[in-house]
Design a protein around this ligand. Structure first.
Ligand code: GLN
Length: 183
């Protein structure tokens, strides 16, 4: 969370932490960070944020989800905690904890032509994997073994990994460009 804020501010954005509907009503884009997706889901419902966020996704608000944030943006989750819901919007099926537990965190270098020739250094921490996706979602990146770890669909970007902790700025820039274009 802190790393996302620092990165967005370095890119010139004004950042507000969203916990309540009043705060969400004042923003033009949303970054959904890593953490624990079932907790994000519970808090979002408890604080009446689920419906406003779903409405904003449908209305085209730019959003960037990393790790648990990707899970929140997925239409369908495998290995969900009972009753766990998502905001949805990305026409994908993601599997939670697809890479195992915390000790199995790893880094990988990804080629993402959409972002330019420089490879992306990606940190994976108990991240999800995109198991399948519908016609409306585009793959941005896969691991060498073919597993899809970055997807995009119109206003939404979902990443299995954490670009904010490896100094990768281009996803945040892509998100902010959309926010600016829409303002
Ligand atoms: N495993 C977590 C979840 O299910 C995601 C981990 C992360 O965000 N680093 O939400």
């Amino acid at each position: 969370m802190r790393e996302h804020i620092a990165l967005l501010e370095r890119l010139g954005a004004e950042v507000v932490r969203v916990r309540r509907p009043e705060e969400f009503a004042a923003v033009d884009g949303l970054v959904i960070p890593g953490g624990e997706s079932s907790v994000i889901d519970k808090l979002a419902r408890m604080f009446d944020l689920q419906h406003p966020i779903r409405d904003a996704i449908a209305a085209g608000m730019p959003m960037l989800g990393t790790c648990a944030g990707l899970i929140m943006l997925a239409d369908t989750i495998v290995d969900a905690i009972e009753g766990q819901q998502t905001f949805g919007g990305l026409d994908v099926v993601v599997r939670r904890n697809a890479f195992g537990r915390q000790p199995e965190s790893f880094e990988a270098t990804l080629d993402i032509p959409t972002l330019g020739p420089e490879p992306v250094h990606a940190a994976f921490i108990r991240g999800p994997v995109v198991e399948s996706f519908g016609a409306d979602a585009t793959t941005l990146a896969s691991l060498a073994d073919g597993r899809v770890v970055a997807v995009e669909q119109e206003n939404l970007i979902g990443l299995s990994f954490h670009p904010e902790i490896s100094g990768e700025r281009r996803f945040h820039q892509r998100f902010l460009d959309r926010v600016t274009a829409r303002a």
